[in-house]
Ligand binder design. Structure first.
Ligand code: HEM
Length: 434
């Protein structure tokens, strides 16, 4: 068929409003009405062909890098990332950048960070209030920020202390609800010009660039954090990355939103399913492998994917969902709809980690990290981090939910998070794990 797949015929502004206020019910209603492939027309984000048939998703993620370009990123992320970010650059720069950054988040470097992750998690948990309600999500934000700051900057305590405050301000500015509503209406250009935003962003940029200049002046130092790796990296023509390029790559790494909300969700789900929590605790207590822990994390990322769609631009015509789509069409594999499909998962709305003891979590039916050449470059790192944190929390404290009912899914700037931000009470664990 030629032309774009069907979709809501309401004006773009109205579709954008739905998308910004209640994206997940909107996606579900569209699928119920138009089928697995449909078109949304969104202000500032363009016209998207949403794909939720695994065959189409697979075709997009296995396409040649020459056939696909950058789609449109999350509106709130765009001003943070900057035009040179690996997430926004086209080939061949994209692949070159990715290759520079990957080693920091894979293999030995990733494994070396495991103990630091546990140590930072332990320190964080031991500072939690005992016996009174508190919100897990902000604590997880603080923790994952601490982990990523070390991966990016190493152990320079003074620098980390300054950045911690600045990055927390920036995260709050990104997640401010009033600002997010205006962003959907006026677009990222408005955000970049707004005073409140600049007040949060400018000091972060200044701090990041100060470190870049200091390291450059210092010369080769044998450090293996992301700043040093990127300063020493060379483009194909032998030139180093410019300050602007370094700023964009480093900020891309520092704005890690999805890990903290995914961690908040792991506990939100486990606390509503005591029998699953019990099974996980038994596994941790037995000290024999982490198959169930892995399944719990995979299932949480399936049921509560922090990112609901990933977007690509077709560089050549392609047939998807039975439609002949021209070059320049924005196609959007829909993580949320794939993960919530009854044709793929039995009882998709239920939290059943056991399903991933039996089946592999892989593209095209499990796609919380996207797929293909632009798949999250820190996917294994993030999973390792989540495992370390969940294990440490459960070793240190017993958590109880404040409300027995499930928390609703609410939209934050970068990721979907629990509406009450994971409201819990912590008590010291007895007996203590071996
Ligand atoms: C649970 C945690 C995380 C989730 C669910 C997640 C999810 C995603 C998704 C959906 C994408 C887009 C993929 C695509 O377009 O196909 C992405 C890209 C990316 N993520 Fe993550 N992410 C997580 C954690 C992290 C962390 C911890 C870092 C780094 C510190 C990171 C760095 C990146 C980068 C650099 C890209 C761009 C890759 C490229 O364009 O080649 N992510 N992530």
């Amino acid at each position: 068929m030629s032309g774009l797949p069907p979709g809501p015929r309401t004006p773009r502004l109205l579709q954008s409003r739905r998308w910004s206020r209640e994206p997940l019910p909107f996606l579900e209603r569209c699928r119920a009405r138009y089928g697995p492939t449909f078109t949304l027309r969104l202000r500032h984000l363009g016209t998207w062909v949403l794909l939720s048939d695994p065959e189409d998703v697979k075709r997009v993620f296995s396409a040649d890098t020459d056939d696909l370009g950058v789609g449109v990123p999350n509106l709130a992320l765009r001003p943070v990332l900057g035009a040179h970010s690996v997430m926004l650059s086209e080939e061949p720069e994209h692949m070159a950048r990715r290759k520079m950054m990957l080693p920091r988040f894979h293999g030995d470097r990733m494994r070396e960070d495991a103990e630091v992750m546990t140590e930072l998690a332990r320190r964080e948990v031991r500072a939690w209030p005992v016996g009174e309600p508190f919100r897990l999500w902000p604590r997880m934000q603080a923790l994952t920020q601490e982990v990523v700051m070390r991966a990016v900057f190493g152990d320079d305590q003074g620098r980390l202390d300054r950045l911690r405050v600045l990055l927390t301000n920036l995260t709050d500015a990104v997640n401010d609800e009033g600002r997010l509503r205006k962003l959907a209406l006026f677009g990222p250009g408005w955000l970049e010009r707004s005073r409140g935003w600049r007040q949060a962003m400018d000091p972060v940029e200044k701090e990041v660039l100060a470190e870049v200049r200091r390291r450059r002046a210092e010369g080769e130092n044998g450090r293996k954090d992301a700043v040093s790796i990127l300063i020493e990296a060379r483009n194909e023509d032998g030139s180093p990355l410019s300050e602007k390029e370094l700023r964009d790559e480093l900020l891309t790494l520092l704005t890690d939103g999805p890990t903290s909300s995914s961690l908040a969700w792991v506990f939100e789900r486990l606390l509503r399913h005591p029998e699953k929590l019990e099974r996980l605790q038994q596994e941790l207590l037995a000290g024999e492998g982490d198959a169930y822990l892995d399944a719990v994390i995979k299932e949480t990322l399936r049921l509560r994917p922090p990112v609901s769609v990933v977007v690509r631009r077709l560089l050549r015509p392609a047939t998807l969902g039975g439609y002949d789509l021209p070059a320049e069409t924005l196609v959007a594999p829909c993580v949320y709809l794939v993960h919530n499909s009854a044709e793929i998962y039995e009882d998709p709305g239920s939290f059943v980690p056991e399903r991933f003891l039996e089946r592999r979590a892989a593209v095209p039916t499990w796609i919380p990290f996207g797929g293909g050449a632009r798949r999250c470059l820190a996917a294994s790192y993030a999973e390792q981090e989540m495992k370390r944190v969940v294990r440490t929390v459960l070793e240190e404290v017993e958590l109880e939910p404040v409300d027995t009912g499930s928390e609703r899914i609410s939209r934050a700037a970068i990721a979907f998070s629990p509406a009450q931000h994971g409201l819990v009470v912590a008590r010291p664990r007895t007996p203590v794990y071996a």
